[in-house]
Design a binder for this molecule. Structure first.
Ligand SMILES: C[S@@+](CC[C@H](N)C(=O)[O-])C[C@H]1O[C@@H](n2cnc3c(N)ncnc32)[C@H](O)[C@@H]1O
Length: 302
């Protein structure tokens, strides 16, 4: 039988029977939480709340104020689609297109690393270091991704001149859009980060959250990370998980202003080796722990 005019061959899901439909937002939310839990999603409750809120175009707080309200058919269909994506391991931030970092909303999409809470430690350390400075410090963010570090530093330290570099054009597009929506002034460069550090030296502060995952550990990563986030943002080059710490510590003295600082994020278990490398460049180098007590940021002076 030939396809009818207007028949694309795709059938939309049949409308749910009246009895199957949730009576209100609260019931829809309960079902969404149970669905994600059954699918093995670790933070099923939080993720369901965020996705249902997104489907209803409200924030999580307002969602909880609408629990008694009825659900429109199109809201139900939208929520189902989002929950199916999450059940298929797509991270919530790629589905909703946003992630909070240091109290601000950053746009994200596949092709750009989702900002992580542990990276906020770099901002805290940078703020401490730059507090009370009366000049205009020059900051470089290497591997800027969504621009979360560069933009946050530009907004938190308004006297600073902030530059950011990434090899990924897609990341820079997202970072530029974030800077516009958050009202931050940053100079963006598409280049290799080590080259940009050299070209723009001397810097008062260099920050970097490099791709530090050992490629040999790829299969051990959660599918949310392994199958969705960009390999170029995750995996250390040359199969060497210390590639970036080695390269950055070797370059530090040549790139930093006298009295300048470098802050480099480390992967789990990389603290001791990073400290050894750091101390070859600065005998007073140290590693700071994140809120979970994990050695997370190499701090190196010049
Ligand atoms: C771990 S992500 C960090 C992104 C962001 N700074 C954050 O903390 O969320 C690493 C970033 O480094 C970029 N990158 C990888 N190799 C690079 C290189 N040689 N030069 C500059 N950036 C690079 C990747 O494209 C990615 O955006």
């Amino acid at each position: 039988m030939s396809a009818q005019a207007g028949d694309t061959g795709e059938r939309s899901a049949p409308a749910p029977k009246a009895a199957e439909r949730p009576r209100n937002v609260g019931e829809m939310l309960e079902r969404a939480r149970a669905f994600l839990a059954r699918k093995g999603v670790e933070e099923a409750r939080l993720d369901a709340d965020l996705l249902v809120a997104h489907a209803l175009d409200v924030d999580r707080l307002h969602l909880l104020l609408r629990l008694e309200e009825p659900v429109a058919e199109e809201e139900l269909v939208r929520a189902r689609g989002l929950l199916q994506r999450r059940a298929a391991t797509e991270p919530v931030a790629y589905i909703t297109g946003v992630r909070e970092f240091y109290g601000r909303s950053f746009g994200v999409r596949s092709g750009v690393l989702i900002p992580r809470p542990e990276t906020e430690l770099i901002v805290d350390l940078a703020r401490d270091y730059l507090a009370d400075r009366e000049d205009a410090p020059r900051i470089l963010d290497i591997g800027t991704g969504s621009g979360c570090l560069a933009i946050t530093l530009a907004l938190e330290v308004p006297t600073a001149t902030v530059h950011a570099v990434d090899v990924s054009r897609e990341a820079l597009e997202v970072a530029r859009a974030n800077a516009t929506s958050l009202g931050a002034q940053v100079t963006w460069t598409e280049n290799d980060g080590l080259q940009a550090a050299q070209d723009g030296a001397p810097w008062d502060l260099v920050v970097c959250n490099p791709p530090y995952v050992d490629p040999a550990g790829r299969e051990a990563l959660a599918p949310e990370v392994r199958d969705h986030e960009p390999a170029g943002a995750l995996f250390a080059p040359e199969g060497d998980e210390h590639y970036w710490v080695r390269s950055l510590t070797e370059g530090a003295r040549g790139w930093l202003q006298r009295g300048g600082l470098m802050l480099v994020e480390l992967g789990y278990g990389q603290g001791p080796a990073a400290l050894d490398l750091g101390r070859q460049a600065d005998p007073e180098a140290r590693v700071e722990q994140d809120l979970a007590g994990i050695p997370r940021v190499l701090v190196l002076g010049a």
